[in-house]
Design a protein around this ligand. Structure first.
Ligand code: IPM
Ligand code: MG
Length: 356
């Protein structure tokens, strides 16, 4: 089982180191190789996704990814910005299905900005289409100053676009996932305004005919944003496009009060996957040893389950994380009265000990 380890920028290297520690403690035949990505790769090799890094990712069964980005790269031309690494990996590996669970851990209910009764026991799954939509639509560009600075342009545009097969396959992923859960899918669109999303709604409705045992509801994205804070527990699986999924998954993550806890998986049709925490590179706290490694450790668990077919090892990691939380250990982002605040490495060590 080959794993490409791409730590990236900001807190990426610190949190990925803890996940690697936990993976090594499992004593499975895992072959891990590390490569730079994002700003770190730009510094080292002049490109956020160097050829060698991409090749390593393509040849691996799974990629464990930290985070990329730092404000200091904001002035670089777009193709050289750290974010292009993750977009490039998604496209090159065909990682069209992005799973972003939002789970409220009982010990962390207090961390939510919503009333505890609204989020207690929350367990929703956002499934975001990841390789289409306005993120990758052509044409895109600007007018008047094709290569020059934006200051000289008088128009810029991106194109929202989905093809039938792209919608069909993500809809199937959502209905299949719902069958393992509470059998409800909310498809989020903007069909009242956008052609792309009327098409989305129609195709999802067609695919639903094959899943009569799953309830399907359609919801406009603005309403979905509202319902997520009004009554989040009414959702089970939410399926949506790339752009709306980007926004709603951040919103859903924050309902749990602890974005530092949430893993994610991005899969292609062959089951190859990229696993990363739902949070970003947090350059403001990088290098201080205080970042929460649990989202990355839980992403490693998702990797074992989805791409490496090691469900037992995945369960061991998840149980260890629960145990550590029950012991009262917290990193600063989820700290509260009466808990024991620990740093990044100490949290990783505690998870290793809790593996039993
Ligand atoms: C995410 C991030 C990325 C996205 C950025 C870093 C390109 O926000 O994974 O949600 O917009 O998809
Ligand atoms: Mg995002």
């Amino acid at each position: 089982m080959k794993i490409a380890i791409l730590p990236g920028d900001g807190i990426g290297p610190e949190i990925v180191a803890e996940a690697v520690k936990v993976l090594r403690a499992l004593a499975l035949p895992l072959e891990m190789e590390t490569a730079p990505v994002g700003g770190a790769a730009y510094e080292a090799a002049g490109h956020p996704l160097p050829e060698a890094t991409l090749k390593l990712a393509q040849q691996a069964d799974a990629v464990l990814f930290g985070a990329v980005g730092d404000w200091k790269y904001d002035t670089l031309p777009r193709p050289l910005r750290p974010e292009q690494a993750i977009l490039g990996l998604r496209k090159a590996l065909g990682l069209f299905a992005n799973f972003r669970p939002a789970i409220c851990y009982p010990e962390l209910t207090h961390a939510s900005s919503l009333k505890p009764e609204l989020v207690q026991g929350l367990d929703i799954l956002i499934i975001r289409e990841l390789t289409g939509d306005i993120y990758f639509g052509q044409p895109r560009g600007r007018r008047t100053a094709p290569d020059g600075p934006f200051a000289g342009a008088d128009e810029a545009f991106d194109t929202m676009r989905y093809s039938r097969p792209e919608i069909e396959r993500i809809a199937r992923v959502a209905f299949e996932a719902a069958r393992q859960r509470r059998r409800k899918v909310t498809s989020v669109d903007k069909a009242n305004v956008l052609e792309t999303f009327q098409f989305w709604k129609d195709v999802v409705t067609e695919v639903h005919r094959d899943y009569p045992d799953v309830e399907l509801e359609h919801m406009y994205v603005d309403n979905a944003a509202m319902q997520l804070v009004k009554a989040p527990k009414k959702f089970d699986v939410v399926v949506t496009g790339n752009m709306f999924g980007d926004i709603l998954s951040d919103e859903a993550a924050m309902l749990t009060g602890s974005i530092g806890m949430l893993p994610s998986a991005s899969l292609n049709e062959r089951g190859q996957g990229l696993y990363e925490p739902s949070h970003g590179s947090a350059p403001d706290i990088a290098g201080r040893g205080i970042a929460n490694p649990l989202a990355t450790i839980l992403s490693a668990a998702m990797m074992l389950r989805f791409s490496l077919k090691q469900p037992e090892a995945a369960r061991r990691i998840e149980a260890a994380v629960q145990k550590v939380l029950a012991q009262g250990l917290r990193t600063a982002d989820i700290a509260h009265e009466g808990c024991t605040v620990v740093g990044t490495a100490a949290m990783g060590d505690a998870v290793v000990r809790a593996l039993g």
